[in-house]
Design a protein around this ligand. Sequence first.
Ligand code: GLP
Length: 264
Amino acid sequence: MRVIIVKNYEEMSKEAGKLVKELIIKKSNCILGLATGSTPIGLYKELIRMHKEEGLDFSKVITFNLDEYYGLSGDHPQSYRYFMDTNLFNEINIKKENTHVPDGKIPIDEIEEYCKKYEEMIKNLGGIDLQILGIGGDGHIGFNEPGSSIYSRTRLVALDEQTIKDNSRFFEKIEDVPKFALTMGVGTILEAREIILLANGSKKAEVVAKAIEGPITSQITASALQLHPKVTVILDEEASSHLRRKEYYKFAYEAEKKINFRIF
Ligand code: GLP
């Protein structure tokens, strides 16, 4: 695991932006796995800036989002489809038909088939080149709540009480937060060729330390990332404050810069 610790949220977003840009330049028709939440908003702003100021071209880029609230349609302001459209897609030259967010309105008896198709679509297009992740307060990636198998696939899940509480800040009242979601599984996420996990703020410090330095456990699904050979974790100082090996990560990052070679 490559752990990059930067000063603040802005630097975290810029650092992630550089990696995404590098990939798009190398492979203009790359497949990005995208996340929602407040964490990646700065990265999306940076990508918009790169598009507008540096001509970064998204015309061939394909995206797959991790998850969607079950029960919300794409035009609901709290849906993840709406989030992606307003925070990224509407501001860059991506083709809307190349953007995929699970459909939160799929009838219950079609869910299994739908989830299978979502995975097949990813596979048929060649697989995700780079997956962006945030981390939930309970250590989830996507909406893989504690207890999700490391082999789990795209499916319907019930949200954890803590997630409902955490995400209620975006809704008028806590009762409005959907209780279910569709999410890529941990197993699906681990199939991406490369992964970036972003976290900022002191509220995430404890769970980040558990995910990176604790045992691999289905109770903190982000810990499964330890099994992946190409993960870059980008943290601000606050989110890194509980890491035991913080000084080593800083040393290793400085060292790799000198030889211009990424060390995972
Ligand atoms: C939601 C999303 C996750 C995201 C998490 C953290 O639960 N499903 O993909 O990582 O929120 O959100 P935030 O970035 O707002 O802390």
